[in-house]
Every structure is written in structure tokens, then in C-alpha cells.
Design a protein around this ligand. Structure first.
Ligand code: ADP
Length: 700
């Protein structure tokens, strides 16, 4: 029993000890040996020690296998992970040895380069480069060795021969003493293109003359081009990320500024002219065009502003303003000059025309008649030239208004023909008038139309030496057409357009064959267009010319016919015959003019003449004249207008006609005199008929 107990105890110890030993650590066993060796005896110590050594060895062996297993497991997971990553990676991943031989590549590599596994694996990475780039491959491999890794760009070539920009990140690593290189390759062609576009845009924006500044939504500057550097004096590096309002302060009140910023932040564009400050504190004007800046997703990410320097423009505007003032001053001087010339020429003309007209009527001496006739014609010519110049200055000053009235076109044309008939007959030319309809009633500006017809007839007579001149009128419902055709010198084809330009003539310079100002057709065309009409010139050099005018008829939209005899004229003639002698007071300081006027009036009016305003007032106070003929520029203290005003205040003269008889015939003169106390106006020089016609109209 004792034996058995011993035996089993020993067996139990033998079993339990290794079990216990596997559970206790090496240090604990050493402690046990040290502390219990003495008491249990050497006999027991030896087998126990042997057992312990076995257990420790066994334990370490187990641990080694366990760790190996764990490492292997982890490695497998990593490999799977790596495989997964490289298989689905968007970049090309290639594993190379330290000589640059390709050991492994992912799917992306095969699909991009177009090689199969067999064609790629085991080959040098050189094959991915074009031939002329291949020698650089070895340099790269050498550089990578012992380095942490580098990133570079090069050109790669696909199996198809297509090249692309490759952005490569290479990284060396060592496993169990062997060095490998991992290369991650990305096709950078698109990125390069984008970069190039951005670079070009930036260059483009740098090369524009306007300052371009972009900010984010916090108003911090994110772009500042070269022109902005020049304009504001700040360098790009000084302003990036700074608040734009600190760099480019706007000289406007804060409320307005807040309003603008709010508008901009809400995605609205804003543009305006403001004063801004430069780096050197100078304040200057700019025009700003601000608009929202969007990213590729269409989200507003900032504000872009284009700044135009207005300094030069403002200077130019000021200069222009000065120039305009100067031009206006010069124009005033020109107008004054013209007014003076007009006055000075018209005053003697009344003597020339008036007396020659009288001699022509009174003399039977044919030689004298011929000579005086020439004087009369010359005077008339001078008068016409003066009128043309005044016409163009009136048109230039936009003082010509179209006043529509109903009148008989045929009668008006005949009145014009009468004016030129004598002149034409002298040249042996006949002026014929053929009306499409018997009498045309039109609604146009009669004065303007007469001027047009007169200008054209004057030219026709002037440029025709034989044959005839035909005036024809046609009418369709809404338009009247007037043609004036002559058999004169004609106009060369290349001059057909220029003759409508101011001062242009068909023959100019030393070859100038005819006199004239070259303004007649210019004025005519403007006048036709003022009544919304058209003018057309046809001509054959050496054969004759035809001018056609087409004018819209406004009345009832159609041309009416009128009785052939002009009733109005008839009535006028009856009235003229029934006149009694009317008393007139002539106030005129020019002797020649006074004599002419007295002679013009002697048969039909009782006229008394004084040469000053004070005499006129004195006479008018003592006698009641039916009307006053008043020269405006009177020598002495009182001018014509003051005299007229004073006479009007004399009892009995309140409603009396006061006729301004004057050589002031510039734009606005007539209106000035009519507003200043005169009731009627006639400009010098005038013919006897002009004056009598006016007086008859007044007193009938
Ligand atoms: P002006 O007659 O004063 O020179 P116009 O403006 O009336 O100025 O005419 C311009 C030019 O057109 C004339 O100089 C002349 O050469 C040409 N012209 C005008 N009308 C005729 C015409 N009926 N026949 C020939 N030439 C004409």
C-alpha cells in the first residue's frame, strides 16, 4: 500500500510537474530550485532539474511555432489586402527588383500598357519608355537605391506606340536582405493638359490690360494678375489671402459698400465707377465689373472683379469738355462773324438791287437796261450765295423745323418756274411743266419744298446752255414724285455721289468750270430727307441730268385735285386793288436804303422817313401812322427794338403793326425781333414785290 502510494505519488509528481512547469515561468522555477533544493535533497533535485530543462525547451518550441503561425497568418492577410489593393487600384502598380526587372504588375498596368503578363513580367522597366529615354532608366534605378523614394515625371510608351506623361512614385524596400522597388504610375496627360490650360488662362489674364482680382466668399484675395500689380502697386505675394477691402479700399460710404457686398455674395453682378486707393495712397477712378465666381459643380466660391483705370478717360473727358467749350465759343464767334457779314452785305445789296430794279422798269435805253440788268443779276447772285450760306448754318444749328400745310403743288412749282424763267429765256432755254394730274393738293412744308425746287431749277438753268428743262410731277396714292430734267452738261458717273457732299462740285480745283458754293445739293438732300423723302440723281456726262424727288404725301394719304385757278391769289388781287393809301413811318438810318424803300412805296403808301429812334417816337406821339417800318440797327442812343417798344406804349399804337426791316437774317434773328416788340419781319435785301406783298397781307 505504502509502495503503491509512493509509486502513484511519484507518477503524480512526474505528471504534475511538467504541467505545473508549463504554467510557471522560467524565473519561478529557478526560485523554486534555489529555495527548496536543500530541504528535498540532492536526489530529488536532479531529475526535477532535467525535467525542468525539458519543459523549458518544449515551452520555447511551442512558442516559436505559435509566433510563426501568427506571422504567417498576418502575412497572408496583408498579401490578400495588397493583392486586392493593387488589383483594383486606379493607378498602375509595378514591383521591380533592384536591377529594374519587373516582378509583378497589377491589372491596371496590363490594361494601360497593353502588354500581357508574359510580355511584361521578367522584362526591364525600360520597355515602358521610348527608346531615347531608356538610358535614363538606369540612372533612376541607381538613384532610388538607398534612398527613401522619389517622385518624378517622364514619358512612357504603350505597346501600341502611344505615349503619355507618366507621373511616377517609386519607393525601395527590403525583405530578408533583398531590395525591391515599388512603382506607382499615373497617367498625368489630362492633369498636364488641365495645368497647361490653367497656366495659359493665368498667362492670358496676366497679359490683359485690365486688373483682374478674384476673392473667396470671405473677400480674401485668391487671384491678382499682373495688371492689378501695376494698377494698385501691390505685388501678388503681398496681397494673397488678404481682405480685398484692406488692399483696395473703395471711396464710397459704408452703407453703399455693404449693399454692394451683399448683392455680390448673393450671386448678383455689380458694376460701377468708384474712386479707389493705391498702395501709395493715391486716389483714382476705376470702373469695376464684379461677378460671381463658380466652381465646376456650379457652386459660388467667390467673386471676380475686372478693374478699368478711368484716369486717362476722365482726363480725356475733361479735355473734351474744354474742347467743346472752346468749339462752342469759336462757333459763337463764327455765328457772330456770319451775322455781321450778312448784315454788312445785305445793307448795300438793297441799294444795288432796289435801284437797278427801278432803272430796269423806268428806262427805255436798251444799252443802259442791259448794263443795269447785269448789275441786278450780279446782286441777285450775291444774295443767293448769302442765302445758301445762311441756309446751311440754319440746318447745322438744327433750326429748321418742318411745318406741314396743305397747298397746291402745281401752283408752287409754277411760282418757282416764274423765278427762273427770265434767266432761262436769256440763255435760250425753255422751262416746261407737265403735271401728272391737273392740280395736286399735298400736305408738305411749302417753304422747304419751294427751296428744294428753286435749288434744283437754279442748277438746271446754270448747267444747261441749250435745249430745255422739264419739270414733271406724278402722284400715286401715298407719294408724290417730282422730276427736273435738263439737257445740260451732265455729271461724270464717278461724281454722282460726291456732288451731294458739302462744297463738292463735279469740276473742282483748276478745272472748275462753274461758280457756286457746292452747297445747293447738300442742302436740297437734307431738306428732302427732313420731309422723309428720297432724292435720286441720274446723269449722262455731256447729255443732261435728271433729279427725282419722292415725298410721302400726308394729307388724306392721297393726292387730291384742285381747281386750276388759284382762288386765294384771285382774292388777294381784288383786295390789293381796293387799297386806300395807308400812312407809314419809316425808321431807317441808311440813306440809300431809305430812298429805295420810299421809292418802292411811293405809289401805294404815304410814307414819312426819320433816321433815328428818338425822332420816330417824337413823330409817332404827334400823329397816328397805320404802321411802322423799323430798321433794327439804328445809329444813336435807341436801337430799333427799344424804339418799337416805346412806340407801342404810345396811346393808339398798342395794336399797330411794326415791321422789322432789317439786314439781320441769321438763325434766330426773326424770332428775337418778333418777341421784342415787332409784329412782322422782312429781311434785306428784298424786292419791291416782296415788300408790297407783305404790306398788302398786313393791311388787307
Ligand atoms: P453748286 O451748284 O453751287 O456748285 P450744288 O451742290 O448745287 O453746288 O451742286 C454740286 C455740283 O453738282 C455742281 O457743282 C455741279 O458740278 C453738279 N450739278 C448739280 N446740278 C447739276 C445739273 N443739273 N447739271 C450738271 N451738273 C450739276
Amino acid at each position: 500500500m505504502n509502495f503503491n502510494l509512493k509509486k502513484y505519488s511519484l507518477f503524480g509528481v512526474l505528471i504534475l510537474i511538467p504541467v505545473a512547469m508549463s504554467l510557471i515561468t522560467k524565473q519561478e522555477i529557478i526560485y523554486l530550485i534555489e529555495n527548496y533544493a536543500e530541504s528535498t535533497g540532492l536526489l530529488l533535485l536532479l531529475p526535477i532539474s532535467a525535467l525542468l530543462i525539458f519543459v523549458i525547451w518544449r515551452n520555447n518550441k511551442l512558442k516559436f511555432y505559435k509566433e510563426g503561425y501568427e506571422i504567417e497568418k498576418e502575412k497572408n492577410i496583408l498579401l490578400r489586402h495588397y493583392d486586392y489593393l493593387s488589383r483594383y487600384a486606379n493607378d498602375i502598380i509595378i514591383l521591380l527588383d533592384d536591377k529594374g526587372m519587373m516582378l509583378q504588375a497589377n491589372e491596371k498596368a496590363f490594361s494601360v500598357y497593353g502588354y500581357t503578363q508574359e510580355e511584361l513580367i521578367g522584362k526591364s522597366g525600360k520597355i515602358l519608355r521610348p527608346e531615347n529615354e531608356q538610358n535614363k532608366f538606369d540612372d533612376i534605378i541607381k538613384k532610388i537605391h538607398n534612398r527613401e523614394g522619389i517622385v518624378y515625371e517622364t514619358i512612357h510608351i504603350k505597346k501600341s506606340g502611344e505615349r503619355f506623361v507618366a507621373e511616377i512614385s517609386v519607393c525601395p524596400f527590403t525583405i530578408e536582405g533583398t531590395t525591391y522597388i515599388q512603382a506607382i504610375i499615373r497617367d498625368a496627360t489630362q492633369r498636364k493638359k488641365t495645368e497647361e490650360t490653367v497656366r495659359q488662362h493665368a498667362m492670358f489674364l496676366d497679359s490683359v490690360g485690365q486688373a483682374v482680382i478674384a476673392t473667396n466668399l470671405n473677400l480674401e484675395i485668391i487671384y491678382w494678375n499682373k495688371a492689378a500689380e501695376r494698377l494698385f502697386g501691390w505685388q501678388k505675394s503681398e496681397v494673397i489671402n488678404k481682405n480685398i477691402l484692406d488692399i483696395v479700399p473703395l471711396e464710397i460710404n459704408e452703407d453703399k459698400l455693404d449693399e454692394i457686398i451683399l448683392e455680390l455674395k448673393n450671386g448678383l453682378s455689380w458694376s460701377g465707377e468708384v474712386q479707389v486707393r493705391k498702395k501709395d495712397e493715391t486716389i483714382f477712378p476705376v470702373k469695376i465689373n464684379n461677378s460671381p465666381l463658380y466652381n465646376s459643380q456650379g457652386e459660388m466660391v467667390g467673386i471676380v472683379g475686372v478693374y478699368d483705370d478711368l484716369t486717362e478717360q476722365k482726363i480725356r473727358e475733361l479735355e473734351l469738355l474744354h474742347a467743346k467749350d472752346k468749339a462752342e465759343e469759336v462757333n459763337k464767334l463764327k455765328s457772330n462773324f456770319l451775322a455781321n457779314i450778312s448784315h454788312e452785305v445785305r445793307t448795300p445789296l438793297i441799294g444795288i438791287l432796289g435801284f437797278s430794279e427801278m432803272i430796269l422798269e423806268e428806262t427805255y435805253d436798251s444799252d443802259l437796261k442791259e448794263k443795269v440788268g447785269e448789275i441786278y443779276k450780279s446782286g441777285k447772285k450775291l444774295n443767293e450765295t448769302l442765302d445758301t450760306i445762311l441756309d446751311i448754318s440754319k440746318i447745322e444749328a438744327e433750326k429748321v423745323n418742318v411745318v406741314y400745310e396743305r397747298f397746291n403743288l402745281g401752283e408752287t412749282i409754277k411760282e418757282s418756274i416764274v423765278l427762273y424763267k427770265v434767266l432761262a429765256e436769256e440763255k435760250g432755254i425753255e422751262i416746261k411743266y407737265t403735271a401728272g394730274t391737273n392740280g395736286l393738293l399735298v400736305e408738305l412744308d411749302k417753304k422747304i419744298l419751294s427751296k428744294i425746287i428753286n435749288n434744283l431749277l437754279s442748277n438746271a438753268v446754270k448747267y444747261t446752255s441749250e435745249g430745255e428743262i422739264t419739270v414733271s410731277t406724278y402722284c400715286n396714292n401715298a407719294e408724290v414724285k417730282i422730276e427736273i430734267e435738263d439737257t445740260g452738261v451732265g455729271i461724270p458717273e464717278d461724281k454722282l455721289k460726291t456732288v451731294f457732299e458739302p462744297f463738292r462740285q463735279a469740276s473742282e480745283g483748276y478745272n472748275r468750270r462753274f461758280g457756286g458754293t457746292g452747297l445747293g445739293l447738300t442742302i436740297t438732300k437734307i431738306l428732302v430727307e427732313m420731309m422723309n423723302g428720297r432724292i435720286h440723281l441720274e446723269s449722262q456726262f455731256g447729255k443732261g441730268s435728271k433729279i427725282t424727288i419722292e415725298l410721302p404725301v400726308y394729307s388724306s394719304g392721297s393726292c387730291d385735285t384742285l381747281p386750276v385757278i388759284n382762288e386765294v391769289q384771285k382774292k388777294m388781287e381784288q383786295r390789293i386793288r381796293s387799297f386806300e393809301k395807308i400812312s407809314l413811318l419809316l425808321v431807317e438810318d441808311d440813306d440809300v436804303n431809305a430812298k429805295i424803300i420810299l421809292r418802292f412805296l411811293e405809289e401805294e403808301y404815304n410814307t414819312e422817313w426819320v433816321s433815328s429812334g428818338s425822332e420816330a417816337i417824337a413823330l409817332a406821339s404827334g400823329k397816328n401812322y397805320n404802321g411802322i417800318l423799323m430798321d433794327i440797327s439804328l445809329k444813336g442812343e435807341l436801337d430799333g427794338l427799344t424804339t418799337a417798344e416805346r412806340i407801342k406804349k404810345i396811346q393808339g399804337y398798342e395794336a399797330s403793326p411794326v415791321i422789322a426791316v432789317t439786314a439781320h437774317a441769321m438763325v434766330g434773328d426773326k424770332e428775337k425781333f418778333l418777341n421784342g416788340g415787332c409784329t412782322h419781319y422782312i429781311s434785306k435785301p428784298f424786292s419791291r414785290n416782296d415788300l408790297l406783298f407783305l404790306l398788302k397781307n398786313i393791311f388787307s
